[in-house]
Design a protein around this ligand. Structure first.
Ligand SMILES: *Cc1c(COP(=O)(O)O)cnc(C)c1O
Length: 409
């Protein structure tokens, strides 16, 4: 292996001086030092690195220009002039903050218009905005099920679905990743007042798909509801970019679909699509919605402009898919197992220190590729995670492949 060896345990390459001065020795400070020392010694410490540029295929960071393979801005819409102009106009007309929860006085015509736009984009009876995908998952699960109920969750689901299950106080059954048979058995052997199955559509750390058709049939057979998180499907999959459910023709077979405004749509926030009664119930019960200030109108206007681009013009999606296929072919010719399923490509290396060292070696070649470590992924599956964008050129994709080859993994 030509990567410069794992980062030795206990050696932190990015020491950030924890202040020893006055006011720093609270009780919590001692807790923090103890826990941070433990994270550092296991190679699991995380740190911030600010960008000096907008999101894009090339970013400025720490005085360097890097090709960005770390962003979920799959269509390059985060810095689109059209989207920016829509946000600016709404910033002028509505101001910055929204002042309160939507149920108090934070609702605007921009929120209402965006929800109508999202419902039509998703061919859904109704849509409901949240401030983030995290809030949407937590709020929706907690609104739908409670202590008398059971929720069934794929073992590789996103943290926000996991936390939603926990917060709901329903009984939580975790089924093995994408294993419909195991889910079927779990549903058979778990009686409850209501049963809800929750899954990512495209899994965020592996880029693979949930077996949605089979999940729909199993849920039907057991009278269970299905919630599908399309965070990495929205804008990427489906003939209109509405996600994996659209691609499989399952828009009307799934009880609740969650989509994000923060990934391919380039902004911030999220939404659920469901029947009107479900949307009304969630609006009344979801604590992250009831007790949190509404999204700024400017972000609603930005998202509306982004949805218009995604739905009316498939050129961006076509460019993204050209890049996905090119990268997938390149990975296979380097001997990695890869399939062109989504914009996410994991290269699993095992130990956290190896992943961090590989990420750093790529960085030295001008490539920004993140090392993903536990608890984001299971122990022993630390990885490099490449995210492709429509904004990458073929040259950028080839640089990533050359970088990987140079690692000699
Ligand atoms: C990113 C992500 C979320 C959270 O969305 P945010 O808008 O970033 O809060 C939820 N689910 C999955 C699968 C994700 O990847």
């Amino acid at each position: 292996m030509r990567i410069p060896g794992p980062v030795p345990a206990g050696v932190d390459p990015h020491p950030s001086p924890l202040p020893e001065g006055e006011g720093a020795s609270t009780v919590a400070t001692a807790w923090a030092r103890e826990d941070m020392d433990s994270l550092s010694s296991r190679g699991l410490r995380r740190f911030l690195e600010p960008l000096d540029s907008p999101q894009g295929p090339l970013v400025r960071m720490g005085g360097e220009t890097l090709v960005n393979f770390a962003s979920n801005d799959y269509l390059g819409l985060a810095s689109s002039p059209t989207v920016r102009a829509a946000a600016s106009a709404a910033l002028e007309s509505h101001g910055v903050g929204s002042g309160a929860s939507r149920l108090v006085v934070g609702d605007t015509s921009a929120h209402q218009r965006l929800e109508a736009r999202l419902a039509s984009f998703e061919r859904s009876e109704a849509a409901l905005l949240f401030n983030s995908g995290f809030a949407a998952n937590v709020g929706t699960i907690q609104a739908l099920v409670g202590p008398e109920d059971a929720v069934f969750s794929d073992a590789l689901n996103h943290a926000s679905l996991i936390d939603g299950c926990r917060i709901s106080r329903a009984r939580v059954v975790v089924y093995p990743h994408a294993n419909v048979e195991a889910l079927d058995q779990a549903l058979s052997s778990t009686p409850a007042r209501r049963r809800l199955v929750v899954t990512d559509s495209v899994f965020s750390m592996d880029g693979d798909y949930a077996p949605l058709r089979e999940l729909v049939s199993v849920c039907r057979a057991h009278d269970a509801a299905l919630l599908v998180d399309e965070a990495h499907g929205t804008g990427v999959l489906g003939s209109r970019g509405a996600g994996l459910c659209e691609e499989l023709g399952l828009e009307h077979a799934v009880d609740v679909r969650m989509g994000t405004l923060s990934k391919a749509l380039g902004g911030l926030g999220a939404y659920i699509c469901a029947s009107r009664p479900v949307v009304e119930l969630v609006l009344n019960r979801a604590r992250p919605l009831v007790f949190s200030t509404a999204l700024p109108a400017a972000l609603c206007a930005a998202a509306e402009a982004a949805v218009d681009i995604v739905e009316r013009d498939d050129a961006l999606r076509a460019r993204l898919w050209r890049n996905i296929r090119r990268f997938s072919d390149g990975l296979r010719s380097l001997g990695f197992a890869a399939e062109p399923r989504s914009a996410i490509f994991p290269v699993i290396v095992g130990e956290p220190g190896v992943a961090v060292a590989a990420s750093r070696a790529l960085r030295a070649r001008g490539l920004l590729v993140k090392a993903i470590r536990p608890p984001t992924v299971p122990e022993g599956t630390s990885r490099l995670r490449f995210c492709l964008s429509a904004a990458h050129t073929e040259g950028h994709v080839d640089l990533a492949l050359q970088g990987l080859r140079s690692l000699g993994l």
